[in-house]
Design a binder for this molecule. Structure first.
Ligand SMILES: C[S@@+](CC[C@H](N)C(=O)[O-])C[C@H]1O[C@@H](n2cnc3c(N)ncnc32)[C@H](O)[C@@H]1O
Length: 781
């Protein structure tokens, strides 16, 4: 059953139609108010199929033409392609206009185009009568008939009697909901019957998926032996409409004619016209590729419309730019799924600069290798970058992994035609968009030592670079990172590798798996950063790379005291559930330095365990108090409503450290599932009453999203305590702590920072050598 058409689609269609009503192409009627126009549009898409609706529509419009999807002038180039003899002046072709409405299109084709053998049909008798009267003198030979285009058209007008059928919005009206497919088929049967052996059908449509699918199936599919279909886009340089208007021209061809490529698409991913010799051609089996190409162009047009004006304070992140062609196979020249994802990702920041006369827009190139910095990975950071310039809009560009970028010139050449879509329309047309970069460079990417694909996380890579201090001085170690391509500005895991010889000096270091022989660091052809071969290096377990990990742990220890101290003293173990393995660093760190906690890690992505073992020195086994449950496990159990709370496993601490696959949501950690009332309640129920704590890392692009997460946790843990900590001043992460029950007043009054240090010394002597925890300066509110 196809999904119902949503109210928002209808609303935007209404909006677009209102714009059409007010556009210069429609005769201006000062007495009209937009409200009147809005009233003309139906409440449901289904009404577009209803004769009574159309009768009322035309009655209300009186004699004012309503041009759906453009005027004769807008569409002239496509008509010229469709109607033969346009240039040669042989204007004898017979043209049938189906669902003519009260458009001036036919009269213009008659008067300006010089085609006189035009028959117009519509099932609204009132509009036919009105048009007949209106054109009696100006277009004396034009004919007007009341007919239903879904039945009796060929019989009434003669089989094979027309060279061209023109349809502007009528298929969209008849097939306005997927349920009316039968009517669409009936209409297209009539069109086929009424057309001559070399006839052409020109249809102007907004190309909803099911409508386009139908056109492709009828005129481009394997069963449509004698048709060819070309698809064109009506360009809209001012981005006045959020919809891409598509013109389809289906032409009958002789059996066996051509090379089997039946569909040609004459526009690119952004809906821009392509010269005929650049059109992309497809065979019948590639219909899905055609649909995906059209969808991409439709999305881009909607985006361009949305961004045509500057709205100060707006942040629009993650606009993916693939650039053509992504893959070529024997049967299609089309871009289909790219192995390496989009080449560029754009974020758009609209600002109010200090300068009283700011410039409209600039492109800012985020340096490769620094896309994870707070400044370049968050809305607030990019806003800060923007405010240091004099532009009202900054188009921030990230160069994605899996692609090679030669230099700034190459980047500018590629981006020139792309960014033009995102430059505000009110600029001076001669304005040249400047490119800004850090030190005029595109930066350098770390060396990639491994890459692969996991079923759930998709493409990933392991990168390495030298560990340098703030002044760029080499610290003699290597930093290794795990990156998921789906969320490129987030480092999933990071470990520090130190030369194996130093192993003894690093108390507590063990289990750092050496790299496999022969898998030394590769240099990249694009001159990416190199680092010493990590062959003789081992993981430094005393190093916690992320400030938010330090905060999670410091907070755990601080807030769970005296619960943990009692366990440590009695040499008992408490139970910690960690959701999200990554490279396994956090899990191992807890095991090493908080020995009274045994850790169970749950990870949805089974294959990640191997990546963690091979590249991040992870190891586990029940006897070490560390166990991994990958591929299914507790995350699902926690989300399972049916489990009885009495049978549940209980945990002293639940740590949530997961990313969100859908970067477009504005929250890169965690996925929305982990912030639902159900999940949070489920966690609460599974925590032990005394000292039970849920700790979650949240990385959100905006403070609203963050507040929302905090609110959800507060609501569930209303009878306990909820705290929030920001690991560092410029940190996109916030760590949320939720205690199931309130601590004794004496414990909660103490300064947490001091407590942490004191308790660590007291309970966990191992931690003395661990700088990160000792220095953990918790600023919990
Ligand atoms: C979206 S309007 C397009 C009108 C006109 N072609 C234009 O471009 O302004 C759809 C038109 O199709 C007509 N229509 C809808 N269903 C029809 C049917 N089954 N038979 C004939 N006309 C139909 C409506 O009366 C209306 O005039």
């Amino acid at each position: 059953m196809p999904p119902p058409v949503s109210a928002s689609v209808l609303k935007s269609l209404k909006k677009a139609s209102i714009e059409a009503l007010k556009s210069p192409s429609a005769p201006s009627q000062p007495q009209d108010s937009p409200r009147d126009d809005l009233d003309l549009l139906p409440q449901h898409f289904q009404q577009f199929q209803d004769r009574a609706y159309w009768d009322a529509f035309f009655r209300e419009r009186k004699e004012r033409a309503f041009e759906w999807y453009g005027t004769y002038n807008d569409l002239r180039p496509f008509v010229a392609k469709t109607v033969e003899g346009w240039r040669a002046g042989r204007k004898r072709e017979r043209v049938l206009v189906i669902g003519c409405g009260n458009s001036d299109f036919s009269a213009d084709l008659y008067q300006e185009g010089g085609f006189q053998r035009i028959v117009n049909v519509d099932f609204s008798a009132s509009v036919i009568e009105e048009m007949r009267c209106k054109t009696r003198e100006s277009c004396p030979e034009m004919e007007w008939e009341v007919m239903d285009v879904t039945a009796g058209l060929a019989e009434g007008l003669g089989r094979g009697s027309f060279d061209v059928v023109l349809d502007k919005g009528t298929l969209d009206a008849i097939f306005s909901t997927p349920e009316s497919e039968r009517h669409a088929d009936m209409m297209m049967d009539e069109v086929e019957d009424v057309l001559s052996p070399n006839g052409r059908y020109m249809v102007v449509t907004l190309g909803q998926d099911f409508i386009l699918g139908k056109l492709l199936e009828r005129f481009g599919g394997s069963r449509s032996g004698d048709w060819r279909l070309s698809l064109h886009a009506v360009e809209d340089p001012e981005a006045a409409s959020p919809f891409l208007t598509i013109v389809g021209v289906a032409s009958r061809c002789q059996a066996g004619e051509g090379d089997g490529k039946r569909i040609s698409v004459h526009f690119d991913d952004a809906g821009r016209r392509l010269a005929d010799d650049k059109a992309r051609t497809f065979r019948a089996p590639d219909l899905a590729d055609v649909l995906s190409l059209v969808n991409m162009a439709q999305e881009r047009v909607a985006l361009k419309h949305e961004l045509r004006d500057i709205v100060s304070g707006r942040f629009k992140g993650e606009i993916h730019i693939w650039l053509a062609p992504r893959s070529t196979d024997a049967t299609s020249e089309v871009v289909s799924a790219a192995p390496d994802g989009p080449r560029y990702t754009l974020s758009i920041v609209d600002l109010v600069p200090q300068n009283p006369a700011p410039l409209p827009c600039a492109v800012f190139i985020i340096p490769q290798g620094r896309e994870h910095d707070w400044l370049f990975s968050t809305a607030d950071g990019l806003r800060q970058v923007g405010l240091s310039t004099d532009y009202r809009r900054l188009i921030c560009v990230r160069m994605n992994r899996g692609h090679v970028f030669r230099d700034m010139d190459e980047v500018k050449t590629e981006l020139g035609p792309v960014v033009i879509d995102f430059v505000p329309v009110d600029r001076d047309p001669a304005y040249m968009v400047p490119y800004l970069a850090v030190g005029d460079s595109i930066g350098a990417r770390s060396a990639v030592v491994a890459s692969g694909e996991l079923p759930g996380c998709g493409r990933y890579c392991v990168e390495e670079e030298e560990d340098k201090d703030e002044d760029g001085k080499d610290r003699g170690a290597v930093v290794r990172r795990l990156i998921f391509y789906r969320n490129q500005h987030v480092i999933q895991s990071e470990v520090r590798l130190v030369p194996s010889l130093q192993k003894g000096k690093n108390k507590g270091v063990e289990g750092g798996k050496k790299k496999k022989k022969g898998s030394s660091t590769k240099k990249d052809r694009a001159g990416r950063r190199t680092c010493p071969s990590a062959q003789n290096y081992t993981v430094d377990w005393s190093y916690l790379s992320f400030d938010y990990h330090r905060t999670m742990l410091g907070g755990l220890i601080a807030l769970s005291y005296p619960h943990l101290r009692r366990a440590a003293k009695a040499q008992e173990r408490r139970r910690c559930l960690l959701i999200g393995l990554g490279g396994g660093g956090l899990a191992l760190f807890v095991r090493h330095y908080v020995p009274c906690l045994e850790v169970t890690v749950v990870e949805l992505e089974e294959g990640l365990v191997d990546v963690a073992k091979e590249w991040f020195g992870f190891s586990c086994g029940g006897e070490q108090g560390l166990r991994v449950d990958a591929g299914n496990g507790h995350t699902r159990v926690l989300l399972n409503e049916n489990e009885s709370f009495t049978e549940m496993e209980r945990w002293d601490a639940i740590l949530v450290d997961v990313d969100n696959a859908d970067a477009s949501l504005g929250i890169s950690c965690p996925a929305p599932d982990f912030l639902t009332g159900h999940f949070l309640e489920s966690c609460r129920a599974r925590l032990v009453d005394e000292g039970g704590i849920l700790i979650m890392n949240v990385a959100a692009r905006s403070s609203d999203l963050l507040e929302g997460s905090m609110g959800a946790i507060r609501k569930t843990f209303a009878s306990g305590e909820v705290h929030e900590a920001r690991p560092t001043e410029q940190d996109v992460n916030r760590v949320l702590f939720a205690l199931k029950t309130q601590r004794p007043t004496s414990a909660s009054k103490l300064s947490l920072g001091v407590q942490t240090e004191k308790w660590l010394e007291e309970c966990f002597p191992e931690s003395k050598n661990v700088d990160p925890l000792g220095l953990c300066d918790l600023n919990i509110s």
